[in-house]
Design a protein around this ligand. Structure first.
Ligand code: FAD
Length: 315
């Protein structure tokens, strides 16, 4: 049987790395005891007397802070505190996984996408043995809880790829069970990024909490790292890496650093989320509407890859 599909080789440089490696590297650069794990935030409020943010955790503990940088993802509690609108959902969902080939995989070291019957599969080797892949489809409205079971995700992926060649099914079959995830794709509307207030006093949001976007450009995580560089730079320029505790100057400087951070990031994240939004609409809407999205993409982003040609500056 012939396997008819559209295959895309992605233009430009693509680097794939394990999230764990990024987190381990950042963690190792911090002084010991800086990080506390397993602290689930329940709510945040401002102290009525000092206006300092008070964080309340599920386990009953509270922390009064000099400043809060909320990087709690697409369902951010901190974003709610800033009165940002709830994020919206695309009509698509994506399964992601890693497959280890102990004797080496047969794939070229490049990012390749395949499309057949409305199912988009992407694949990129991380090294000679490990391959990252994803599989996007129309979202299925089922109880979200079932997707917490990796075996359900694996079986579902094998079914989805039943019309794909054997190598794709094997990829799903042999996936590392701990790596499998199912995500209903969400986004923050580009207009909200254009007009939204992303800091209040000494509380701000970064990464997905600020600008969750569809993964159609593969830039969400990269943009979060850019946020970190820009924010850290602003804080250091205002002397906050050496600040004494308790001073009113700190509160003022933290607010100023957050203000500058939001100003410097707004254009970049508006453009990224807008482009990702238009591509998301293009891949998930009917044929007639696709024309609108194509025209807008051509007009607003004549160079489709301009988003990678960006420098957020030095730390
Ligand atoms: C299918 C898919 C493919 C993607 N592909 C790419 C890609 O190729 N390239 C790219 O750059 N980006 C990609 N992204 C986007 C990328 O995953 C995100 O942009 C990135 O993870 C955002 O990082 P973050 O730290 O802001 O949020 P997250 O990674 O969501 O981390 C948020 C953290 O906050 C924690 N948290 C949440 N709520 C609470 C709470 N109440 N209390 C305490 N902790 C809390 C969570 O447990 C989590 O650890 C993709 C996303 C998806 C869905």
């Amino acid at each position: 049987m012939m396997f008819n599909y559209r295959m895309y080789h992605c233009i430009g440089e693509t680097r794939c790395l394990l999230r764990k490696d990024v987190i381990d590297t950042l963690y190792a650069a911090l002084p010991p005891t800086t990080v506390k794990f397993s602290c689930e935030l329940e709510s945040i409020e401002l102290d009525p007397l000092t206006t300092k943010p008070i964080l309340r955790f599920i386990d009953g503990n509270t922390i009064t802070t000099k400043g809060v940088i909320g990087c709690d993802g697409g369902k951010s509690i901190l974003a709610n505190f800033l009165n940002l609108k709830p994020t919206k959902m695309f009509t698509a969902s994506t399964i992601r996984g890693l497959t280890n080939y102990p004797h080496g995989h047969p794939f070229d070291l490049e990012f390749t996408k395949f499309k057949k019957d409305g199912i988009l599969v992407g694949r990129i080797p991380i090294d000679n043995n490990m391959v990252y892949w994803f599989c996007s489809q129309q979202h299925i409205s089922k109880d979200e809880e079932i997707w917490k079971n990796p075996e359900v995700i694996r079986q579902h992926t094998i079914e989805l790829l039943s019309n794909y060649p054997q190598e794709f099914q094997e990829m799903a079959q042999n996936a590392d069970m701990n790596s499998l995830s199912f995500t209903h794709l969400r986004y923050r509307h580009p207009w909200e990024l254009l007009t939204g207030t992303f800091f209040r006093g000494t509380v701000t949001v970064v990464g997905d909490a600020m600008h969750v976007m569809g993964p159609f450009l593969g830039q969400g995580g990269s943009a979060a790292l850019e946020d970190a560089v820009v924010l850290a730079r602003n804080m250091a320029q205002l002397g906050l890496n050496h600040a004494e505790s308790g001073s009113k100057v700190i509160v003022h400087s933290v607010g100023k650093a957050f203000d500058q951070f939001v100003r410097q990031r707004r254009t970049r994240v508006v453009r990224l989320t807008l482009q990702a939004y238009l591509i998301g609409m293009l891949v998930t809407s009917s044929r007639l509407k696709k024309i609108i999205w194509i025209i807008l993409l051509i007009l607003l982003f004549p160079n489709q890859n301009s988003h990678v040609d960006y420098d957020c500056g030095d730390l």
